[in-house]
Unconditional design. Structure first.
Length: 53
């Protein structure tokens, strides 16, 4: 979790715990990386516990 500012760390940790964020696969995050529409859709579906069809 590099580059995550202190005040946001708890929320980011919860997002990882709930599967809303996955990071880069090596234990790091990429907060400045652009998010594709498909990635955003998947995160919202997970957030609202809605299956994708």
């Amino acid at each position: 979790m590099n580059a995550i500012i202190g005040w946001a760390l708890e929320a980011v940790n919860k997002a990882f715990a709930f599967g809303l964020l996955n990071g880069t696969g090596n234990g790091n995050s990429a907060p400045d990386k652009e998010v594709a529409r498909a990635e955003a859709t998947l995160r919202l579906a997970r957030l609202f516990d809605r299956p994708l069809q």
